[in-house]
Design a protein around this ligand. Structure first.
Ligand code: E4P
Length: 226
């Protein structure tokens, strides 16, 4: 499963990219607004930090303007994926950009029927929002199950299921069990995934026992080399 991070915060991206665990980045207009920075500049900088796909969302709602915005964003870097909303104009724009060889991420997907349309429109990614579905009392993860199953039935469909609106590590684990291709994780969720109290407890015990030996791994290496 690929891990994208769901933020437009450069400091967070720089910090997490250094772990070697980040395969891409997703942004949306709300995340960009939080930075208070120029959108194009932010996208350019993220693309330079992370070699994988970086989603940048159009804000027009009508096809011709969406296409113009998408083409402009696509010129920023070779790893930009244009995000379009799951509307008739969005999918028309998806088809046009995909035909030009541009990666497209179809966002705001809330049903399997919509996901099927996105795949037929040539999307590289479809983004079903699990957290927002959970918020309204439906099971977001069952949508992932349906989409993965449908796409598997048609190997000709190349769209990857990008699980979005992830709220906690269990969402990530469940999505991975279902075989989703990508999860886009808020930085806090990626950090939470490292945590387990038994890891901390075990490490403390190992280090305490090691200290009793009085040995140093690098010290021995140095002595052997001399
Ligand atoms: C990413 O592509 C989506 O825009 C994002 O995951 C939405 O997350 P939210 O529902 O927490 O705003």
């Amino acid at each position: 499963m690929k891990f994208f991070i769901d933020t437009a915060d450069l400091a967070e991206i720089r910090d997490l990219a250094a772990t070697g665990l980040v395969d891409g980045v997703t942004t949306n207009p709300s995340l960009v607004a939080k930075t208070g920075r120029d959108f194009l500049e932010v996208v350019r900088e993220i693309c330079a930090l992370v070699p994988g796909p970086v989603s940048a969302e159009v804000t027009a709602t009508e096809h011709a303007m969406m296409l113009a915005e998408g083409r402009k964003l696509a010129k920023l870097a070779r790893n930009v994926a244009i995000k379009v909303p799951l509307t008739p104009d969005g999918l028309k724009t998806c088809r046009a950009l995909a035909n030009e060889g541009t990666m497209v991420n179809v966002t705001l997907c809330f049903s399997a029927a919509q996901a099927l349309l996105a795949a037929k429109a040539g999307a590289s990614f479809v983004s079903p929002f699990v957290g927002r579905l959970d918020d309204v009392g439906t099971d977001g993860m069952s949508l992932i199950r349906d989409i993965v199953q449908i796409y598997r039935n048609y190997p000709g469909l190349k769209t990857e299921v990008l699980v979005a609106s992830i709220r906690h590590p269990i969402h990530v684990v469940e999505a991975a069990k279902l075989g989703a291709h990508v999860g886009t994780l808020p930085p806090s969720v990626l950090r939470q995934m490292f945590q387990h109290p038994l890891t901390d407890k075990g490490l403390a015990a190992f280090l305490a026992d090691w200290a009793k030996t009085g040995q140093s791994i690098l010290g021995e290496t140095k002595a052997a080399a001399e």
